[in-house]
Design a binder for this molecule. Structure first.
Ligand SMILES: [Zn+2]
Length: 420
């Protein structure tokens, strides 16, 4: 069963890359263009570009165009995952320490190739991958193999090793005589200039810094870097146009990261109305990663559905509500890897469940993520954009879970899934 699926899959990729200049006329009952829903639209693709999108009657396809129509379906831009870790897999299968300390980069990369494929086939044609978590620069090799068409996967924006303050990150708790590899690169003070340059030099698209973490004898996270240290990183990265993004869960960690000039804040669990307001003013976007907290709480024993929500989840609901009310830009990113790659829609479902209007969630996962990640040619169904398109059964602007009913996946004009 599995073998047949793989062969079919390879067949699709080969045949479509052989005919890369193929034209497609795609029609579905509805087209969500990244901003609004339209009926009676068609989308014309030639090579790897969308060359027309609009009312059917206004589009004349060339005679050789392959016509694909999906009834009772919605066509959308390829979805964009805002926060993944291709080199991790769920902690209830193998805990994080073991993955980081005992698994070789080659083993982890082999797994990551499957994670990349599953992400793409789930309709996520782009992913921002935020840290290799002890996997060195394997994410950069993975990205290259996908770009060269060696393996199927989403377009990747990668962070490489990421930066943490000395003594703040894991794995922790080992005897002092042991040399323990960290889940990210440690650095402090002026050395952060060299580390930032080094990571960018290795091919990181974005620099990820941990503005806070559980460190010292604290049971809860505390800020790590000073504002000046964070500013050094941002200033250094800015010289070559690279964005800096920050992991931050505490209000003070978020404040420092915002003041230093990061572009996005990951998690933001203890963000207050005042912090979110500040983010809005400085155009810093929030990637809430609701699904990570939800998954970790379950790994710790919470029986979702039959037991009341743990305090941490209740607080996250409140801070997410404050974020919504503040008008801060909200990204769609779940911290996939903590939970299963290919189950990315889980984050979008939780965003709706936590109170975000469903259309806004679909916008976040398409045009908003694209704009925030500087992907000028993605996230919209529009003339001139790259041909990353998906079709799902139903209408995900009404029922977000319809995004799970993937019928068709095209990336860069190549068809990876076409299921009637
Ligand atoms: Zn993460």
């Amino acid at each position: 069963m599995k073998l047949t699926a793989t062969i079919l899959f390879l067949g699709l990729v080969l045949s479509s890359s052989a005919q890369n200049q193929t034209s497609y006329l795609l029609t579905a009952d509805r087209v969500f263009d990244g901003v609004a829903l339209h009926e009676g639209w068609a989308v014309l693709v030639e090579g790897n570009k969308i060359i027309a999108a609009g009312p059917k009657e206004k589009i004349t396809p060339p005679a050789h165009a392959v016509k694909i129509n999906y009834a009772n379906s919605t066509l959308l831009p390829g979805l964009i995952e805002g926060h993944s870790h291709m080199l991790l897999y769920p902690y209830n299968i193998t805990d994080w320490d073991t993955q980081v300390l005992k698994e070789s980069d080659s083993y982890r990369t082999a797994r990551a190739t499957m994670h990349a494929k599953n992400t793409l086939l789930a309709g996520f044609t782009t992913a921002r991958d935020l840290g290799s978590e002890g996997g060195g620069y394997s994410d950069i090799g993975l990205k290259r193999a996908i770009e060269e068409g060696i393996i199927p996967g989403p377009r990747l924006i990668v962070a490489g090793r990421a930066i943490v303050a000395t003594g703040s990150y894991g794995p922790k708790g080992y005897d002092d005589d042991m040399r323990i590899m960290m889940g990210a690169e440690e650095g402090d003070g002026n050395d952060l200039i060299r580390i930032t340059r080094g990571q960018i030099g290795k091919g990181a698209d974005v620099v990820k810094v941990y503005a806070d973490y559980r460190w010292g004898n604290n049971t809860s996270p505390m800020p790590t870097f000073s504002i000046d240290e964070l500013k050094l990183i941002v200033e250094t990265a800015r010289s070559c146009g690279s964005p800096v993004i920050a992991h931050a869960t505490t209000a003070e960690g978020m404040r420092r990261a915002i003041a230093a000039g990061v572009e996005t804040i990951e998690h933001g669990d203890d963000g207050t109305a005042e912090v979110f307001q500040l983010m809005r003013e400085k155009s810093v976007a929030l990637c809430p990663t609701l699904a990570a907290g939800d998954a970790v709480a379950q790994y710790k024993g919470w029986k979702k559905g039959s037991e009341p929500e743990p305090e941490k989840i209740k607080k996250k609901r409140e801070s997410f509500k404050a974020a919504l009310q503040s008008g801060v830009t909200i990204l769609a990113g779940g911290d996939v890897g903590v939970f299963t790659h290919g189950d990315n829609v889980r984050e979008l479902e939780l965003m709706v469940n936590y109170g975000m209007p469903v259309v806004d969630v679909v916008k976040s996962a398409t045009s908003i993520n694209a704009k925030t990640f500087h992907l000028d040619q993605l996230g919209m169904v529009k003339e001139g954009m790259l041909a990353d398109l998906i079709v799902v059964s139903g209408d995900p602007t009404k029922n977000i879970s319809d995004l799970r009913k993937i019928k068709f996946v095209m990336k860069d004009g190549t068809v990876y899934k076409n299921e009637k």
